[in-house]
Design a protein around this ligand. Structure first.
Ligand code: SAM
Length: 377
């Protein structure tokens, strides 16, 4: 009887929430220009969990394309890009991170999930730092030999840095507080919720070098510019941002052209990511056409796989903790099914052990590279 009462209460709460906030499709219908509040996400999650897409994602019906090979969403989280809009997934993820500000790490540390860069091992940061691999990636990216040489030549003049796809600006925060503390750093993202988090916890009064701004619909999209002058920037940073994860297409070329516009002569484009090895080869052809020359190139794939393995326990905990606040997850039948789908979606995005994106790094189909590209005079 008690169980029935609880189920009835859950369904009633869900129905009221859905009526107040008619929810869009989580995979493709959420706007990056809107910061979804706690009640809105409850409604969105409830509708998502009650919708037929859950059965489809669990492989009970035909309908979800994978990226090919032997991958299956229900086993390894693999899903073709056409099936979702990254902007929509990020809108819900950033709202979920913000709604769960007190995660607990395996070492018992309380922290807010801010790094979407999962990074690599070894990390110079302490083992009990929950986001140590992401920190290693950001610190490594901006201290590549060419970057240190550039900074030395600049002397006391502050570095002017722009980041495209900064997320919550966790990496930018590390750089402005610890790695290059005199830098002026403009962190850009298309997600309003991520920039709100940046302004709340990173770009605070005690960190005057950091500014976070939203670029609606993203830099390069439809010719969108970064809000900076021509030839004014020393470093442009991109870290684990979903560009070039299929090919160097029109959007990537627009972004590279924009990077070229804002970099000073001899300025550096510092790019770190795990993307298909063949796409790095395409970049080797396309970037020189725009006047870039490759000056550093380091393969971190092995360390990235080790980081995922070392981070497994924490990420398992993160997934449970992120999904826990949603009432619908406690509903019999719908809850466990939806938890499984949510967990697979999040895990694949994070290259968690066993997922398609993790396995692609293990086989070398994807490579995690750190590169520095210098713009020729
Ligand atoms: C995987 S997350 C990484 C975020 C951040 N680098 C970090 O490590 O936490 C990718 C981010 O890139 C942003 N993004 C993707 N393309 C973008 C573009 N063209 N302009 C601005 N932001 C973009 C997304 O909104 C998302 O927040």
């Amino acid at each position: 009887m008690g169980v029935l009462k609880n189920v009835g209460a859950l369904v009633a709460i869900g129905a009221v929430l859905i009526a107040i906030f008619p929810p869009p499709d989580v995979l493709s219908g959420l706007s990056s220009n809107h910061d979804h509040g706690p009640l809105e996400i409850q409604a969105i999650m409830t509708a998502f969990c009650l919708s037929p897409i859950i059965g489809t994602l669990l492989g009970e019906r035909e309908g979800i394309d994978t990226t090919g090979g032997d991958f299956k969403f229900e086993e390894d989280g693999d899903i073709e890009n056409d099936e979702y809009a990254q902007a929509s997934i990020y809108a819900i993820l950033y709202a979920m991170y913000k709604n769960t500000p007190n995660l607990i790490s395996p070492h018992g540390k309380t922290y807010q999930f801010t790094f979407n860069t999962w990074g690599f091992a070894p990390s110079p940061y302490p083992e009990d730092d929950p986001q140590r691999h992401g920190k290693a990636a950001y610190a490594g990216l901006v201290t590549q030999p060419a970057a240190l040489e550039y900074k030395k030549k600049l002397g006391d003049t502050p570095l002017e840095i722009v980041e495209i796809g900064c997320g919550t600006a966790a990496g930018a925060n590390l750089i402005t507080r610890e790695v290059h503390p005199t830098a002026h750093y403009l962190a850009l993202d298309m997600q309003q919720a991520a920039i709100n988090t940046c302004n709340a916890i990173h770009a605070t009064e005690d960190n005057p070098g950091l500014t976070c701004k939203v670029v609606p619909n993203g830099v390069g999209n439809g010719g969108n510019q970064a809000p900076v002058k021509d030839s004014s920037i020393d470093f442009v940073v991109i870290s684990e941002t979903h560009i070039a994860d299929i090919e160097i297409g029109d959007l990537e070329k627009e972004i590279f052209t924009e990077i070229r516009r804002i970099l000073k002569p001899n300025g550096l484009f510092l790019w770190g990511n795990a993307i298909p090895t063949r796409v790095w080869e395409q970049a080797d052809v396309e970037l020189p056409k725009l006047g870039f020359e490759l000056v550093n190139n380091k393969n971190h794939t092995e360390g990235a796989v080790i980081a995922r393995d070392e981070d497994k326990e924490r990420v398992d905990m993160v997934m449970d903790q992120l999904l826990e606040p949603y009432y619908i997850m406690n509903a019999p039948y719908f809850g466990p099914r939806c938890h499984k789908v949510g967990e697979r979606l999040i895990a694949n995005f994070y290259r968690h052990p066993g997922t398609a994106l993790y396995l692609k790094m293990v086989t070398g189909y994807d490579s995690y590279m750190h590169q520095a590209w210098r713009i020729k005079k």
